[in-house]
Design a protein around this ligand. Sequence first.
Ligand code: F6R
Length: 606
Amino acid sequence: MCGIIGISSSKPVVNNIISSLKKLEYRGYDSAGIATFSDKFIDEVKCEGRVGKLEKIVSKKSLKGIVGIGHVRWATHGVPNEINAHPHSSDRVSVVHNGIIENSTILKKILEKKGYQFKSQTDTEVITILLTENLKNNKLLVAVQKTLEKLHGSYALAILCKDNPDLIVGARRGSPLAVGYGHNENYLGSDSYALKSMTNKISYLDDGDICILKKDSAEFYNSKGKKINKKILTMSETEDNYDKGDFKTFMQKEIFEQPNSVKSCINEYVDHLRDDINIYNFPWDITKIDSVVLIGCGTAYHACMVAKYWIEELTSLEVAIDIASEFRYKRNKFKNNCIYIFVSQSGETADTFAALELCKKNKMKTLSVVNVVESSIARNSNFVLPIHCGAEICVASTKAFLGQMLVLYVLILKISSLRGDIKKKDYEAKIKLLKKLPEAIRNTLSTESEMEEISDIFSEAKGSMFLGRGYSYPIAMEGALKLKELCYVHAEGYPAGEMKHGPLALIESGMPVVIIAPRDKYYEKTLSNMQEVIARGAKVLFISNKSKDEISSDNVWKKIEVEKTSDELLPFLLTIPLQLLAFYAAKNKGYDIDKPRNLAKSVTVE
Ligand code: F6R
């Protein structure tokens, strides 16, 4: 949440800051701002709204500074408007911030007593003023250290200081920050993605680190003030991933990339020649493990829910799942023979990261399933399994969800085989079928036109329900989440069998209800639940898998059939029409599909 860029160069930086902010916009898009040095002054431009608007304003000014910082905001303290937009500046410093300063109210009162006045409602301005105060009697580095000591909460910061016009100060605690190295210029970014068009050489700040960035040097200090060296990493991906290609939105592109992203992931983990799964350097003896706990947020949590069913079905392990924001604060019974699995596309989600840190503190075994391999969660886990789906730009997760499920599935299959929980013949048969998954996904994407046709009922509805049993229950949750976040329609994902215990009261004439009922062991039961909602006037969209047998009910409003595969692999296919449904429902309304209101891609605040 919130994107930061800083550039120290020998040439004007404004254009590069604007293009980096455009890339960072997925992290926050309610306001934007930029500050550069010019001739002993800090020039600052900010506005409510998108980077496009900021760019127009900036183009009418002449910002010639060769050192500058920029920010895209996802509001936490104070409404999104120009005053609350970052940077927040005093006569001495200009600050951009990602994170939350939890003691800002107390600090503000103390500073007000000293005669300082605040312009904004933000927590960030407290950092600006506190640093300004500390600069009265201290050199820059000490003033920054003294300022950071007083802050509770999380931050990634980029700071310009009027008395040191050739440098940017960066600092991190709890929110990610990277340094990029260029030719005669260096960069700060809240993630490596913002830096990719400029460099592939980066270092990451750890919690407590401060960096002093000049065009030709980067110095790092740890939380104790000791000068430290940082490893320089070479980033793997190329720029090409970040184009919409022939699509109008990243979401549609990412949905249609799924046959390929799933294939690439299968290629990474599944042996081409034999029907086997390769997970190299797995650090633990899996026969000595008794249980696993899976932890994530939002869509990633839904992937954990599906994995729980697989673990129960395919292994003798005990399994629990938890939402990261719950796990991090509750009293957990940590167990040595347990693997704690953290699932996160971005690898930067604050709650998931905090849950991981808690497990680390308790010396637990940690494994992460991430898309961004350079992320904080990946770097801090004992073992990492990347999902290899390429950059996911749309705020709503699609291909990463399939990637997360896929990696969890191959991990579970491998564990099951290593523990002797599954017969070799069954293991190989499952892998054979897995190899066919990309094709089945490709064929299921042909439901697009039907989903487009059906979608207007959902766009116009007051509310809707998504129901399923077994593997289809988390998929129902995921379908409902996609509809609410993209189309702003209330949607409830529910276990179909639970309806009569309360939610059935919501059903009224014409309400769209999605019944996810593949022909698995729950089929008949879900059909009965479907009749219960139809009897109360629901308009049922019935999603199942192809079979020679007809779907039995005439009272169904629409029927959609995904490709045939095993019950275990159906979650991958059943997700596709639901992604398309949410996409078209939002498109009908003319909403910004890639950047839904109130949200941001990388949730780095708790
Ligand atoms: C929904 C969505 C979110 C994320 C959640 C976790 O479409 O994208 O619910 O799944 O914020 O994000 P990661 O996976 O980056 O930890």
